[in-house]
Unconditional design. Sequence first.
Length: 367
Amino acid sequence: MTSKARQLAQSASAPEGRKNVVTNGAMQVAQRSTSVTGIGASAGYFTVDRFNINVNGTSGRLTMTQTADGPSGFANCIKLDCTTADTDMDANKFIILEQRFEGQDLQRFMKGTSDAKEYAVSFYVKGNASATYVAELFDVDNTRQVSKTFSVTTSWTRVELTFPADTTGAFDDDNAQSLNLHLWLVSGTTYTSGTLSQTWTSNSGNNANRAVGGDNFFSSTDNTFFITGMQLEVGSVATEFEHRSFGEELALCKRYFEKFTYTASGAIGIATNTGVGAAFCDLYFSEKRAAPTVTSSSAGGSSGQLTFLSNTGNTPSTIGTVSYSTINTTNCRAVGGGYSSTGWQSGYSCYFHANSTGVFIQFDAEL
């Protein structure tokens, strides 16, 4: 399709503003890590922001890396390496690379109405050998799904898929999980023994039709899978990828996850001493989708830990705990307890302190 035809198709179907519903589609942001090994025992967000690895039942393992090996126009991509094979694809085993979307970001598709729109999905892929995998849209609100197969070769190729409109079941207009974009890389017989659902279908008792025709990424430790430039938009035609600045993409990612890592020993913030053995410090972060789960380095006086110090720099003789309370979408309170030292009395100033490089606090509001 010509560039002009693509522009006309886009203008006819997409609302004003950003067309790509996918966050971090160019794989630019990786706050957690740039490489994680041994993935496969449990699901999670490991490297590139907003891309989850969903797993079940397999003994296969993979390494997930943000790497600078993208096609023309893309600096980064996700690379998956099979490090432990699992050739037994019985029953409920699966590995899915996915992104999850809030319902309020999907209203443009007008799902569940007579004016429902089509879904155009596109991305760039390559691998160590030719393979076929399955892309699926899964409607969480109404338990409905639709799937398409796509091919991978040894060269970067742009996959363009069109999924039909669905006049059944609207997406909830809120900040909860409403839709998943799944790439099935491993699928057991529970998901492959039927006929691929290429039209929207109720998923109740219909798992057998979800991933028919996909290959097994875990068939060999030679297998690799590269992906970047992922886009989900309104329309019957996949248009050119919408590049956003790194700053904008990072801000979008921080709605779901934010990590502060301290590069040197020093104060995190001014704290309030509430009495012998107790203090608190208010922490602020980018607005989150919902009140986040807060995790951090442990409390203590050793390297790599968090603590509270008095204004004279005295380390408490007994290091207690650091916990987090009054958590909302923009701030929370770090609370220290169990400290005992001269000078630790109500009204004395103190500060929340990172004892060394690598101390972290992170805020997780992922779907």
